[in-house]
Design a protein around this ligand. Structure first.
Ligand code: AMP
Ligand code: MG
Length: 313
C-alpha cells in the first residue's frame, strides 16, 4: 500500500460500521465530527485531490470492464445527497456513470417483489452506478410507515419475521453481486436534528432554494426518533464484510463530501482496475496500421498542418 492509499484507509476508518456490531446512532457517530481536517479551505483542497483520484480510477474501471461499482446513498431529508453526488462526481467521465433517484414506488413496481426495481437499475461492468435512495428504503420509510407495506400486497405467510428476513435477503443479494464483480459502497449521511432544522429554514428563506422545500419533509421530521431507530437497526444488520456501511458525518457539507469521496476512492483502490495490456503482437499490428494510414496522406499536404499555414521565410 502506498502512503496515499494508507492515508485514505486511515481517514475513513472511523466511519466504518463493524459487521455484526450493535449501532446506536445518537451515541456512536457524531454528525459534526471533522477529525483532523481543521478548516473548510483545507477541506476544499482535499476534495479536489479526491475527485482527481476518482476520475483516474474511473477511467481504468471503464477500460478494464470487469468490475462495476454501486454507490448507495441514504440520508434523512436535507441530508445532502444531491450536493454530494454533484461535488464528488465532478471530473468523472459521464459515460461511465449513472445516477438513479428512487421515489415512491409506482403501481407496476409494487406488483413485483420489493427488490425488482433496484435490480433494473444496477450499474454494468465498467460503470459506477449511484443510487440516490435505494433498496434500503424498504427497511426505512416502509418500516416507519407500516401503511406503505400494506400497498406491497404480500401474502400472509410472507409477513412473518418480515424485517429480519429483509435484512437477510438484502445481505444475500449484495453478496451475490459482490461475488460476481460488483463492489457495493454504502454511505449514510448522518445529519443532526438541529442541522436539519437550519437547512429547512434556509430552503424557505432563500428563493432559489424554495423548490427544494416540501412540507412533507417537515411532517416526516415528526418521525425523527423512529427513523433514527430504523437507521440504527439497518446499519447493525446490513453492514457486512462484503458490503460494509459507512456513516458519514453530514452536519458540515464540505466535510461530508470529502468523506464520501474518500470512501468511494478506497473501494476503487481495493478493486485496483488496470488498463488492458496490449501484447507485442497487437502492438506490431498497430504499427502496421499506422504505416498504412500515413501513406494515405493527401498528395502535397504538409506533414504538419500548422506549419503549412505559417508564412514562409
Ligand atoms: P425525494 O428523494 O425528496 O425526491 O423523495 C422521494 C420520496 O420517495 C421520499 O419521501 C421517500 O421516502 C420515498 N420513497 C423512496 N423509496 C420508497 C419506497 N420504497 N417506498 C415508499 N416510499 C419511498
Ligand atoms: Mg425530499
Amino acid at each position: 500500500m502506498t502512503t496515499r492509499e494508507q492515508r485514505i484507509a486511515d481517514f475513513i476508518a472511523p466511519f466504518r460500521v463493524e459487521p455484526g456490531k450493535n449501532v446506536k446512532l445518537g451515541k456512536d457517530f457524531a454528525p459534526d465530527f471533522k477529525g483532523t481536517v481543521r478548516s473548510k479551505k483545507r477541506g476544499r483542497k482535499l476534495l479536489v485531490q479526491g475527485t482527481e483520484l476518482l476520475s483516474e480510477y474511473q477511467s481504468r474501471l471503464y477500460a478494464q470492464h470487469t468490475h462495476g461499482v454501486l454507490v448507495v446513498l441514504q440520508a434523512l431529508d436535507a441530508g445532502g445527497k444531491d450536493g454530494t453526488i454533484r461535488h464528488v462526481m465532478t471530473g468523472v467521465n459521464p459515460q461511465g456513470v449513472s445516477v438513479h433517484s428512487f421515489k415512491v414506488p409506482t403501481n407496476e413496481e409494487l406488483d413485483h417483489d420489493y427488490l425488482w426495481r433496484y435490480g433494473l437499475r444496477l450499474p454494468a461492468r465498467g460503470e459506477i452506478g449511484i443510487f440516490n435512495r435505494s433498496h434500503y428504503e424498504e427497511v426505512l420509510v416502509v418500516r416507519v410507515h407500516p401503511e406503505l407495506l400494506d400497498r406491497q400486497r404480500l401474502p400472509a405467510e410472507a409477513q412473518k419475521g418480515l424485517w429480519s428476513r429483509r435484512y437477510r435477503e438484502i445481505n444475500e443479494w449484495e453478496r451475490m453481486l459482490s461475488d460476481n464483480g460488483f463492489k457495493i459502497v454504502k454511505l449514510f449521511l448522518n445529519l443532526s436534528r438541529e442541522e436539519q432544522r437550519i437547512r429547512f429554514l434556509r430552503r424557505i428563506d432563500l428563493r432559489d432554494h424554495n423548490w427544494k422545500f416540501s412540507s412533507a419533509d417537515v411532517r416526516e421530521r415528526e418521525y425523527w426518533d423512529s427513523y433514527q431507530q430504523a437507521f440504527s437497526r439497518m446499519l447493525a444488520r446490513t453492514s457486512t464484510e462484503w458490503a460494509p456501511w459507512y456513516v458519514i458525518p453530514a452536519d458540515r457539507k464540505w466535510y461530508a463530501r470529502i468523506a464520501a469521496a474518500a470512501v468511494i476512492a478506497n473501494a476503487l483502490i481495493d478493486l485496483d482496475p488496470r488498463y488492458p495490456k496490449v501484447d507485442k503482437k497487437a502492438r506490431a499490428a498497430l504499427q502496421e496500421i499506422k504505416a498504412t494510414l500515413e501513406k494515405q496522406a493527401p498528395k502535397g499536404a504538409a506533414a504538419d498542418p500548422f506549419a503549412a499555414s505559417m508564412p514562409s521565410g
